[in-house]
Design a protein around this ligand. Structure first.
Ligand code: AGP
Length: 608
């Protein structure tokens, strides 16, 4: 996820573009840049780091011009650096491009261009687009962009300008968002409404597969095949702060609702049409996977809970012994790790001090280190031999949601890749995983419909002091994460445990009305989980089950059921976590808490 901003009109472009980028910084902040056209030449100013650094550079070396585009980056291809920062140009500096998203076939495009003698100044997929547009340019930017994007595959939005046509911007949306703002003799373009809201409330939303041609006097939308598009304008009524959260009251809720898109991004270019799995930054040496005798997962908090799902998957699907350890414990332990161990260090930020220390210990002991992280260029990614980026985009709320879900997606992809290379993956399971993962963004969308019910149920939980979460196998792994969500933002004490463990002690705490949340999706242990429900019901518990939409049995046992769409049991964590996130969110909201910044917590724990 990155932020794009553009302006064309009678005013100086640079301050308007930089101000718009400031309002889009929630979309990415590892580097930033602008390109301004002064009527004769294009000037690019860009730098690694937050927008403040770019603003400082522009104070020292101001750029004049009445049209400009800008970008705030969340790296996906190429580490955060000056040269990878956007905008990117072709070698002649004729075309300049900013881009949000991923060009999936950029490597083959780049190789073709390189074979024809092209030289590249960055490692980004974006630069390839600048080369292609420049090569296609014959006096009409719109047509050049149209032809260039015809060669590109992926989910992205881009904006291009060219030296020969001052005052013109051409933009394309292929999934990633793009809006046009209509001013009085001036036009704006952005990834999201907040960037332009204090200039205009008159908005046109660009749809997938559309190209828009913008000058100060107007705009024209076409489909990529040239069909003209008529689009109504929208009048935005949100205030600026609301708009930054996309109209949601909190970033956490926005991020919960971004999970279908985040999952699409994580799968993009990795689970190919023909079922192949391509993990672009994972390069196990020959023989390593065949000789692997242990997977060692280390992480903290929510990332650790993603690891619990990983353990279930790797042991069940790959039959490789897998341990999950809290990084803060493992760093002081004496783990059995060697060259035939794969250490999987999971961290949204890639900066958690304990996780870095545990990962360092694994490396010292000769293990191959694979980072599963959301932040390109983070310390963990740099210290690892292999990296799988989750591509969830910046996660602002302290309570992790979309990062967790995309960590799970990363683990499913890894299971497929390793299982195939070892030749141990049952073909039927392989086919189930491939088809199931392809359909998962839509299923996540359906699972989000549980929100209405979560609001009502939250009222029942908001006044309680304790909540228990139970489940078996994969359901237990999800229950543990649901419990953490509940405690960290609602401040209601909650505990999770395997359903079979209740009777060994915790059952003593269950009395009349005690809320017990049961995740029940795994067919092979279904009856066992029902037994646990009966145990707590017999003590007066209020049971809320999370179950498939077509489960007709569960309502006979539970007091309330939060329904999730049917998916293969092995993939259930990807949907069963969603009602639990929504429940925690609405309990916290009902209790009036500062949801995005809960007390005593920080987003990244970079100290021991
Ligand atoms: C979860 O909601 C928390 N924010 C926390 O448990 C977090 O997952 C943990 O601190 C690890 O962070 P990391 O993924 O950035 O390493």
């Amino acid at each position: 996820m990155c932020g794009i901003m553009g302006y064309v009109g009678p005013r100086e472009a640079a301050p308007i573009v930089v101000d718009g980028l400031r309002r889009l910084e929630y979309r990415g902040y590892d580097s930033a840049g602008i390109a301004v056209h002064d009527g004769t030449a294009l000037t690019v100013t860009k730098t690694e780091g937050k927008l403040a650094r770019l603003a400082g550079l522009l104070d020292e070396h101001p750029v004049a011009g009445r049209s400009g585009i800008g970008h705030t980056r969340w790296a996906t291809h190429g580490a955060p650096s000056d040269r990878n920062a956007h905008p990117h140009t072709d070698p002649g500096g004729e075309v300049v491009v900013v881009h949000n998203g991923i060009i999936e076939n950029f490597l083959s495009l780049r190789e073709t261009l390189a074979a024809a003698g092209a030289e590249f100044a960055s490692e980004t997929d974006t630069e390839v687009l600048a080369h292609l547009i420049a090569l296609e340019y014959d006096g009409d930017l719109l047509e050049a962009v149209r032809r260039a994007v015809g060669m590109a595959e992926g989910a992205y939005a881009l904006v291009a300008m060219c030296r020969q046509e001052p005052g013109r911007m051409v933009a394309v949306r292929m999934i990633s968002p793009l809006v046009v703002g209509i001013g009085d003799g001036e036009m704006f373009l952005a990834s999201d409404v907040p960037a332009i809201l204090h200039h205009t409330r008159d908005i046109v939303v660009i749809d997938n597969g559309e190209i828009v041609d913008i000058t100060a006097d107007g705009w024209k939308i076409e489909k990529l095949d040239g069909t003209p598009v008529e689009r109504d304008r929208l009048e935005i009524t949100w205030d600026a702060e609301q708009a930054e959260r996309g109209g949601y009251p909190h970033f956490m809720l926005k991020e919960i609702f971004e999970q279908a898109n985040a999952t699409t991004e994580t799968l993009s270019g990795r689970l190919l049409e023909d079922g192949r799995v391509v993990l672009e930054d994972v390069h196990f040496p020959p023989g390593f996977v065949a000789g692997l005798d242990k997977i060692w997962i280390t992480a903290c908090g929510t990332a650790y809970h993603a690891g619990l799902v990983g353990k279930e998957l790797f042991e069940r699907l790959l039959r490789i012994p897998t341990e999950v350890g809290y990084a803060h414990e493992l760093r002081y332990s004496d783990p059995i790790i060697q060259g035939t161990t794969l250490t999987l260090a999971i961290s949204q930020s890639g900066e958690t001090a304990d996780t870095l220390a545990a990962a360092g210990l694994a490396k010292e002991r000769g293990s191959r280190l694979l980072a599963l992280t959301n932040v390109v260029g983070s310390t963990l990614s740099r210290e690892s031999t292999d990296v799988l980026y989750t591509r969830a985009g910046p996660e602002i709320a302290v309570a992790s949601t979309k990062a967790y879900l995309t960590m799970l997606v990363g683990e499913y992809l890894l299971a497929l890749a390793i299982g195939r290379e070892r030749g141990v993956l049952d073909p039927a399971i392989d086919a189930t995983l491939v088809a199931g993962l392809r359909g998962i963004p839509a299923k996540i969308g359906e699972a989000l419909a549980a929100e209405e019910q979560a609001v009502v149920l939250a009222g029942r939980f908001a006044g309680r002091d304790d909540v228990y979460f139970i489940g078996r196998g994969l359901d237990h792994a999800v229950a543990v994460e649901g419990s953490l969500k509940m405690k960290e933002i609602s401040y209601v004490h909650s505990e999770a445990m395997p359903a079979g463990e209740l009777k060994h002690g915790t059952l003593a705490l269950v009395t009349e009305g005690t809320p017990v949340v049961v995740v029940i999706t795994q067919g092979d242990v279904y009856d066992k989980t029902v037994s646990a429900i009966q145990e707590v019901k017999a003590r007066g518990a209020f049971v809320l089950a999370v179950a498939y939409e077509d489960d007709e049995q569960v309502a006979k046992h539970a007091d309330e059921v939060l329904r999730i769409p049917r998916v293969p049991d092995v993939l259930s964590p990807l949907v069963s976590i969603i009602p639990l996130q929504l429940l925690a969110y609405h309990v916290a909201a009902a209790r009036g808490h500062d949801i995005d910044q809960p007390r005593n917590l920080a987003k990244s724990v970079t100290v021991e």
